[in-house]
Write a protein that binds this ligand. Structure first.
Ligand code: GDP
Ligand code: MN
Ligand code: MN
Length: 245
């Protein structure tokens, strides 16, 4: 297997209303089976998931948490507004978003955005990925996979990595259950989160600061079989249950 990974350069600073699929297609060529990772930041910019801090009025609860953490209460209010369940409040907010993702500060960002604004994760990243894929198919007549990514912290290990928060044109998980290992032992639990692995490497190409590379193309990943249940149900999530006691 040989995978080619290419940054897509030439993408401008994205504004609300910009047509991302058109912009992406104007800056690269595709073949069937290619996969692109698109930074959630530019999806949110194009859809206008941005709020000026000045327009956010913090509740007393946001003021309280902000004082404890030492952050801007308006930013904290933005995080609370994005969250359906707060898992950790201090020393940072770790919370669940409506689409199932659990992230630090609900993925709300202050970086790579002009002025005193904060940028939110797309409300429905699966829909965004489907939409980008469909539009690219209409423009090019080529079938690609799309992964919407965000840089996320993780438990137990230092350092952030790219995660998939939306995907279309592939399953999130490659399911090895039922396969045999090299010695004929049947695999019982092995499921590989392929969309996260691809998202992580795309994040390496994108960088975190001023690279200006929000889209990365993968050619040669092939296909895999599996399912889309990337997020644990509450019942399956033992770590979360342990934190919630
Ligand atoms: P996130 O991981 O989705 O939160 O996005 P980041 O803020 O880490 O940005 C990922 C990459 O996209 C970095 O290389 C940024 O410099 C780049 N980037 C962010 N916004 C824009 C934009 O509007 N236009 C371009 N060309 N690059 C951007
Ligand atoms: Mn982010
Ligand atoms: Mn990032």
């Amino acid at each position: 297997m040989s995978v080619q990974v290419t940054e897509i350069s030439g993408i401008p600073l994205i504004q609300k209303g910009d047509d991302l699929p058109m912009i992406i297609c104007a800056n690269t060529n595709f073949v069937d089976g290619d996969i692109i990772c698109v930074a959630s930041t530019i999806v949110s910019k194009s859809k206008g998931y941005i709020r000026p801090l000045a327009e956010i009025i913090p509740t007393p609860n946001a003021e309280k948490i902000a004082a404890k953490i030492g952050d801007d209460p308006r930013f904290i209010q933005g995080v609370l507004d994005s969250s359906t369940d707060i898992i950790i409040e201090y020393p940072f907010i770790l919370s669940e978003l409506p689409f199932g993702h659990i992230g630090v500060r609900a993925g709300v960002d202050k970086s790579n955005i002009e002025g005193e604004n904060i940028i939110f994760l797309p409300k429905d990243p699966m829909k965004e990925a489907r939409e980008i894929r469909e539009k690219i198919r209409q423009i090019t007549d080529i079938d690609i996979g799309v992964i919407v990514t965000d840089t996320c912290g993780r438990a137990f290990r230092r350092g952030q990595t790219g995660n998939a928060i939306g995907w279309a044109g592939m399953t999130a998980i490659r399911d090895f259950r039922g396969d045999c290992d090299l010695f004929g032992l049947k695999l019982e639990i092995t499921e590989e989160a392929v969309v996260d692995e691809i998202a992580a490497f795309s994040n390496f190409i994108m960088g975190e600061s001023n690279n200006g590379i929000p889209v990365v193309k993968f050619s040669g990943c092939g296909t895999w079989k599996g399912h889309d249940s990337l997020y644990f149900t509450e019942e399956e999530d033992f770590i979360r249950k342990a934190i919630h006691i």
